[in-house]
Design a protein around this ligand. Structure first.
Ligand code: GLN
Length: 514
């Protein structure tokens, strides 16, 4: 039996564990994948009663995978990049044989017969899947209070929300209950909870990561991405899950660079010479990297709704980037104020279509007492869906109905194009754009739950990246006086996650890891 790698009294050490630290401990035989998984389960069983990040533990699957990794170590085989690394998955990604609910009663008993591509790729790289993470029902929300099972508490202050909808994914990393996790981001659900919990969260470019096996909310806005303790870990996870998948026709054929290798290029040089291409590849093609990274700052993201402490922290982070050799350039994103209304039309319209499949016939929950088929549909959907999901289905159905389609849905699509053009114009002048991730730090449980519009505004700085399909990361950039984490958001060009990660990594290093 291997000696416990994480001493029971050293929670600080556990909280600090990164992917490389976990993998190296296994490779160097200081622990085993099996022992490490057990230690994470012990921590989950101790801490999670209060936090509520997990909806299911996949212990059999984790043990089987840990055994495979330990066998490779014993046989002296080369270890894959995530060998034995304990991870966990938002419960909107299907896992073969492991209950998957999307945080909804309507999928209470749904055990999928296949794996989401992103999960399969992580396991193929050696990761150990500990379990499934709590979230807002069908990823609709900004606080994880819309979970049909229980709310999640923010590990940094348990009277506060962890953000949402991937609140379980953010809280699990923040509380040291997983080394990294996967979340989904339709309007900010990776970046905003990362910001609230003080961890790193990355939403890649649309098409970068396959959505096969992601339970659909709004298909043209949905993205899968990592939560991690460090930018480098996020880069590693992205590298593992990214790339074309024949099972998702919207996954792109664009080559996946080695994000980790690119992290070390200094910001003072190595600007991507041809937009989406990476400095390393450009250099191999004989192109010279030209000049410092240009960081755009847009007034539209620093308006009156922005909390003063968040503003001060983000301003200081931008100054820091300047001191690291970046050029700071004012840019304008003039249609930003229309992003929230456009998002809530497009997202609800797509949701109303996607959620039509939950009718009691095909999946999960079925109301029992109905006498006719129509009554069965009605009572199943009435009993299976929660309030927020019903509100979205009604909004979306209305926006798509004959007579209103042009006025709402079509109009919103036009606004979406204008927002995308704003970014295209800005990225002619700059390589990345820096902004706050969320207008405030984490709010109290219950504070906004009765006011959907106030809740929707939590995404004011994140939905634009989903509408435009560009990548965005949230990296911790300080704390409020009350000790609540604040997030710096960095947007990049389509498929230029490499530059986004590089800027975030340099910033993170300059302020010390967390
Ligand atoms: N909070 C936003 C919403 O409720 C975004 C959710 C998400 O990104 N999944 O729609």
């Amino acid at each position: 039996m291997a000696r416990a790698f994480l001493p029971a009294d050293s929670s600080a050490m556990r909280l600090e564990l990164t992917i490389d630290e976990a993998r190296n401990a296994i490779a160097e035989r200081r622990t085993t994948a099996a022992a490490l998984a057990e230690e994470f389960y012990a921590r989950i069983k101790k801490e999670d009663a209060e936090i509520g990040a997990f909806l299911a533990l996949s212990e059999d699957r984790a043990r089987a995978q840990a055994e495979r990794v330990d066998k490779m170590v014993a046989e002296g085989k080369p270890l894959p990049p995530l060998a034995g690394v304990p991870i966990a998955i938002k419960d909107v990604m299907v896992t073969c044989g492991v209950r998957t609910t999307a945080g909804s009663k309507i999928l209470e008993n749904f055990v999928p017969p296949y794996d989401c591509t992103a999960v399969a790729r992580l396991e193929a790289a050696g990761a150990v899947v500990l379990g499934k993470l709590n979230c807002d029902e069908f990823a609709m929300g900004s606080s994880t209070e819309n979970s049909a099972y229980r709310p999640v508490r923010n590990p940094r202050d348990k009277t506060r929300v962890p953000g949402g909808s991937s609140g379980g994914s953010a809280a699990a990393v923040a509380a040291g209950m997983a080394v990294a996790t996967l979340g989904s981001d339709t309007g900010g659900s990776i970046r905003q909870p990362a910001s609230f919990c003080g961890v790193v969260g990355l939403k890649p470019t649309y098409g970068r990561v396959s959505r096969y096996g992601l339970i659909a909310f709004a298909s043209s806005l949905d993205h899968i991405g990592p939560f991690a303790r460090t930018v480098k870990d996020a880069a590693l996870v992205l590298h593992t899950i990214a790339g074309r998948d024949p099972m998702d026709s919207t996954s792109a054929e664009v080559p996946v660079p080695d994000y980790v290798e690119e992290l070390e290029i200094p910001l003072s040089k190595g600007r991507s010479p041809c937009g989406a291409d990476t400095p390393v590849r450009a250099a191999s093609q004989g192109q010279k990297p030209s000049g410092p990274i240009r960081v755009g700052v847009a007034n539209e993201y620093f308006g009156s709704g922005l909390d003063a402490e968040v503003r001060a922290a983000v301003d200081a982070a931008v100054q820091k980037l300047a001191s690291l050799g970046c050029e700071i350039v004012p840019v304008s994103l003039p249609h930003t104020e229309y992003a929230i209304p456009a998002y809530y039309i497009v997202a609800t319209a797509e949701a109303s279509a996607n959620l039509a499949r939950y009718d009691g016939v095909r999946y999960g929950f079925r109301a029992r007492s109905a006498r006719t088929l129509a009554e069965m549909y009605r009572t199943t959907r009435d009993g299976g869906f929660g309030m927020e999901v019903k509100r979205r289905i009604m909004l979306g159905t209305y926006a798509l109905s004959a007579g209103y389609y042009d006025a709402y849905y079509l109009k919103a699509q036009k606004v979406r194009t204008l927002l995308t053009r704003d970014f295209d114009e800005a990225f002619k002048k700059v390589d990345v754009i820096a902004a706050p991730t969320a207008p405030t730090a984490a709010f109290k449980l219950g504070e906004k739950i009765d006011d959907p519009l106030a809740m929707y505004l939590a995404d004011i700085y994140t939905v634009t990246a989903n509408l435009a399909g560009i990548p965005g990361i949230s990296v911790p950039c300080g704390e409020t006086r009350e000790g609540l984490p604040i997030g710096l958001q960095i947007f990049g060009r389509h498929f230029d996650e490499a530059t986004v990660l590089r800027v975030a990594h340099a910033y993170e290093l300059s302020v010390g890891r967390r």
